[in-house]
Design a protein around this ligand. Structure first.
Ligand code: FMN
Length: 444
């Protein structure tokens, strides 16, 4: 049987008033900060490095390594910008951290700031996260009143200000440099990299950008030690991770799982998905948010871990696992995904600005039974012009939003080509006319 995951991130969820400072302290909170303040900043960074913590925002970059890219001798101020934009379809974990345990995030922010020599940190919250941003803001105020934030942190000669900034609901502002532009008060157009934010970031200064879950993991790493945290995971990836399970399963939700958990186990295990609805079979699974390539049913014995998914040209991404059953039309699903990216493309790069809406129009044509034999090749050509596949990550655009258009197209067509062809040859969607989305009419 699958071993239970240690509760690293979710350990306080469900406890009374878990979002208050009083409850957080009663549950042992802010002791890691005290411990970290007794260490040298370098020792804190080294501990995070040794823990094998990898970024939970999408790219899975090693966090300690990112922190060590910040130049120590820069005369400029250094910043920490926490990415709480969480807009990737299928991803809804960070909002639970903000709701249930904002002080765990703030403790992580304070420890990271100490390690990095940061005096000002920002948390950039998705515009729609009104409730979550207000809860975090309340926690920030509690922390100031308790002397955890402000000119001195817990009485030590180190000060930190934290600002909660709300975005305006644009997916592109979750891309780290788009987020920095937005924090500077500009429209969220991603920047060319290099230079990377760790060297030239917010207001031209060295800036570490990390995801909410990444930073919320830091207090436990300091408390329990790097070796313990690394030991929970796999060779190259430490800890546990939050997974957002949605789609055709009996029990969707956010679960903290071990990195050794496979997609199949996540779907079937009693503690997680509890299987498929009666009579339904897995047809496809998107393992890492809608940017990730789709897996066919025979591929789901893969661990939900960065290296394992990379090995099969996929990605662990942001932890959004979307399960599709045998009633799902893959053309319609892909159309839905691509419509999102076409809507959210910032318009800077021609392949993405023009290619995403073009692909969406082609998919609509196929789904509505108006497709012609050459449309499938045109669709693949459009995807190829945005980003060839494989390998992942070689897109022709400034940011990876272009990849998020191309990878689903390549992978859906590679695995379900006959379904796309059937739409063309039958001049209709073989799954029927379902204007309310792929489940509504069938389930009703
Ligand atoms: C289009 C796009 C949207 C993104 N949206 C988010 C987001 O909402 N939240 C997030 O943490 N990372 C998002 N990312 C990834 C960030 O650019 C960045 O890699 C991440 O915040 C770094 O944090 P980490 O190292 O802790 O993962 C997005 C990337 C792209 C290309």
């Amino acid at each position: 049987m699958l071993p239970a995951a240690e509760k690293v991130i979710t350990r306080n969820w469900g406890k009374p008033d878990s979002w208050t400072l009083e409850a957080y302290r009663a549950n042992g909170g802010y002791r890691s900060l005290e411990k970290a303040l007794g260490m040298t900043p370098q020792a804190v960074t080294d501990e995070v490095k040794k823990s094998n913590l990898r970024g939970r925002g999408g790219a899975g970059f090693p966090t300690g390594m990112k922190w060590s890219f910040v130049p120590k001798d820069s005369p400029k101020p250094k910043y920490l910008a926490v990415n709480a934009d969480e807009s990737e379809p299928g991803t809804f974990k960070d909002r639970y951290i903000l709701e249930n345990d904002p002080h765990m995030l703030l403790e992580g922010v304070t420890i990271a700031a100490f390690a990095l020599g940061v005096r000002t940190a920002y948390v950039y919250a998705r515009g729609e996260f009104k409730f979550q941003a207000e809860r975090l803001q309340r926690a920030v105020e509690e922390a100031y009143q308790a002397g955890i934030l402000g000119p001195t942190v817990l009485g030590k000669p180190f000060g930190l200000d934290v600002f909660v900034v709300r975005g305006a609901g644009a997916y592109i502002c979750g891309e780290e440099t788009g987020m920095l532009e937005s924090l500077e008060g500009k429209k969220g157009w991603p920047r060319l990299k290099p230079p990377f934010p760790a060297v030239v970031g917010l207001f031209g200064s060295p800036t570490v950008v990390n995801n909410v879950e990444t930073i919320a993991s830091v207090p436990t790493i300091i408390e329990r030690g790097a070796a313990w945290y690394a030991g929970l995971g796999t060779e190259k990836s430490g800890g546990t991770r939050l997974i957002c399970l949605s789609g055709s399963v009996n029990r969707p939700g956010v679960f903290e799982i071990t990195l050794q958990t496979t997609v199949r186990q996540l779907i079937e295990d009693e503690r997680y998905g509890q299987g498929m609805p009666a009579g339904r079979k897995v047809k496809a699974v998107i393992p890492g948010g809608s940017s990730a390539p789709v897996l066919a049913a025979h591929e789901i014995d893969v661990e939900l871990e960065f290296e394992a998914l990379k090995k099969i040209d996929n990605m662990a991404g942001s932890g959004g696992v979307i399960v599709m059953d045998d009633t799902t039309c893959m053309v319609r699903s892909l159309w839905r995904v691509i419509r999102f990216y076409a809507e959210e493309s910032c318009g800077q790069c021609t392949p993405c600005r023009e290619g995403a809406p073009w692909a969406a129009r082609l998919l609509r044509k196929l789904e509505e039974g108006r497709g012609e034999p050459e449309d499938l090749e045109i669709l693949l050509h459009v995807a190829h012009s945005i980003a060839p596949f494989p390998p992942i990550g070689l897109g022709n655009t400034i940011c990876a939003l272009g990849d998020s258009v191309a990878l689903p197209i390549h992978s859906f067509v590679a695995r379900f080509r006959e379904e796309f062809e059937a739409h063309i040859s039958q001049h209709r969607c073989p799954f029927g006319d379902r204007p309310w989305g792929h489940y509504g009419a069938l389930r009703a």
